[in-house]
Design a protein around this ligand. Sequence first.
Ligand code: FRU
Length: 512
Amino acid sequence: MASLLIPKVEPAAMKSGFTIDSQFRPQYHFTAARNWLNDPNGLVYSNGIYHLFYQHNPQGEVWGNMSWGHATSADLVRWDEQPVAIPCDEQEAIFSGSAVADVHNTSGFGAGTTVPLVAIYTSAYSAGSRLAGRQAQSLAYSNDDGATWTKYAGNPVLDRASADFRDPKVFWYDGSAGSYWVMVAVEAMDREVVLYKSADLKAWEYLSTFGPANATGGVWECPDLFELPVDGDAGNTKWVLVVNLSPGGIAGGSGGQYFLGTFDGVAFASETTVTEGLEQDDSRMAEYGWLDWGRDYYAAVSFSNAPDGRRLMIGWMNNWQYGAVTPTSGWRSAMSLAREIRLATRGGRVVLMQAAVDPLEDGGARTYSEAGRSLPPGTRWLPAEASGDVLRIDAELEPGTAGKVGLLLRADGGERTVLAYDPGTGVLSLDRTASGNTAFHESFASVDRVAVPLEEGRLRLRVFLDRCSVEVFAQDGLATITDQIFPGETSTSLAVFAEGGGATLVSLDVVR
Ligand code: FRU
């Protein structure tokens, strides 16, 4: 029986004699060996390596001393933690931002033959700085493939004298308006995305402002802007503007929304704006575009320079509501799996589809399968081969006459996380109210919901379980729900259930 327990984090942590929390330590999600992490930063692919930088407190298990941690991977699954890339100092904390491979050395930072990597980050100036209280954009560069970083002497490169101007995402624009770097960043309190352009990453010229629009119930943070083909047709593209916000997400607390539209090299024009302005209309929330319908997918941004034109995103698998008190020790917070983003036409509308980069594709083995079984009303516990705390579950269900059908995940007696579909309302829900330890914060226990239509009477689910998380991809990634859970160690059983009528389990495969 093959199992995939990647010994990527625990041995390093144990070597140092540090007490880690092995019960909840994710096996195939990135965590810092020690201490706190939040947003993914500087996601960039260069020279065969994916770089994941991240908001990191090198000295503690809660937010503070914000610096860019660093990890590298060849496959987006096995991550090797590297030394802290850009540490904070007395002058500034290093807030979120992006990184680019400056292939043409537009910045002039390049020295020799290696392509310079340039990080564009937010300087959050400390009390001791002459710019105290401001947030402005700064550069750091690396001429050794990301191993060591030098701050640019001319920092900051873009200062609006604002206290909430942050999270720059930079990409190379090459279109009808010309060829240049574009920065999307936020004026967080104003719920605005601001766009700038530059020839050299150092001198920036204002282009336009987008927002407020759609969800505005919290500060806008960590934007992203990229172009994708619709249905794989390079002649028919749309631009995707990602805007994370906290609180004010669809499931409560932190969440990520997106707009679809056009970008002419100057301004983003949204085709999916439902409401405009700062006034939040709670009744329209479900009409907005959401990256994820769970509580724990935040600050999601995409890789620059990913090979084969792929658009790959990673989110912070946590929520600012309770992020500081999740019940782990020695480390806190994980990244989501990497997700490949596509646009597709469904029911006459262009929608965003997401597929996880599957950590079990090569390393896992199918341990349990069944197909074509009727599900009479009741709960059927699956055999031991289908159990575990690090699993991928693929299920296809036909609700038939059932009022509810679904899976009990990480279950043991009364403890369970319930993934249920109600064909009457067309709503898929993930209920973590009885998932295990929920008491550490009053807003943790939750039921998260998303409307998902059946396709030919069927619902396809792909579920990734890790030690303290559930990521659900429904109808091939048309909707996703990502939630942390903290179950007891013996809560490893899997069950299928139907209520109020009979359903069919078209197929079920468990891989671990
Ligand atoms: C988002 C965020 C960013 C900021 C960073 C600070 O989670 O608040 O806006 O740059 O975290 O750690």
